[in-house]
Design a protein around this ligand. Structure first.
Ligand code: C5P
Length: 225
């Protein structure tokens, strides 16, 4: 069974999707991490972001693998580095290129083959897995998402003004929604969860409930004998 979770930056998708996958005993795929790894690789190789052909061949050659929760790019552990601001700010140069999206989408489909999986990103329920059995779209208002991020960073000892976070978030939203391929949007058949005012646990419960109902509806009718 494939469960897709899409939604904007800062909606808490990764943590919630991971928890959902753990509870269901499903595999978990963080597709944002794949875009981040390809971006980091391009930065490390100092590829000019205007050189689309070179970016495409770099993306097609890069090997992205997981060892438990660690992400390896060409065998090098990049789990931390893919979260750095320079990577976040540069991703659009990678994520806007249709051939790179195609290549990463193919990898995502191969990873999902023959296994139960929760896969999280922007385009999972729309472009990558249009036939997924269960599609969720997790969102929250821009103010709520920025507030949560602000708190998270403060807890990590890295306080950043709220307005600055909101501005960067608005920019990413516009990039993710404005992209012609892999556009951030809910699939027509997605269940939309608006998480303003809801706790992490409540959102996970709502998702679990949706997935379990879907599983039941997919079970063959019990025999009468
Ligand atoms: O989810 P995360 O914030 O790590 O994703 C980073 C960026 O990667 C997103 O802002 C988006 O530009 C890109 N992305 C994408 N398609 C996905 C997942 C992420 O374009 N399926």
């Amino acid at each position: 069974m494939i469960v897709t979770i899409d939604g904007p930056a800062g909606a808490g998708k990764s943590t919630i999707a991971r928890q959902l996958a753990d509870t269901l005993g499903f595999h978990f795929l963080d597709t944002g991490a794949m875009y981040r790894a390809v971006t980091l690789g391009a930065i490390r190789k100092q590829i000019d972001f205007a050189d689309t052909a070179l970016l495409i061949s770099h993306a097609q050659r890069a090997t992205i693998e997981w060892q438990d929760t660690r992400l390896l790019l060409d065998r090098d552990d990049v789990t931390q580095e893919i979260r750095s601001p320079i990577v976040t700010d540069s991703i659009k140069h990678i994520a806007d290129i249709p051939e790179i999206r195609e290549s990463l989408s193919d990898q995502q489909r191969r990873i999902a083959e023959c296994q139960n999986i929760v896969t999280e990103g922007r385009d999972q329920g729309t472009d990558v897995f249009p036939h997924a059995e269960c599609k969720l779209f997790l969102t929250a208002s821009p103010a709520e998402r920025a507030k949560r991020r602000h708190q998270q960073l403060a807890d990590l000892g890295r306080p950043i003004p709220l307005e600055q976070i909101l501005e960067a978030q608005n920019r990413r939203d516009a990039e993710d929604r404005g992209r012609p391929r892999g556009t951030l949007r809910p699939a027509d058949d997605a269940v939309i969860i608006h998480s303003d005012g809801l706790t992490f646990e409540t959102v996970v419960e709502m998702m679990l409930d949706t997935v379990r109902k879907k599983m039941q509806s997919l079970q063959p009718e019990a025999s009468e004998h």
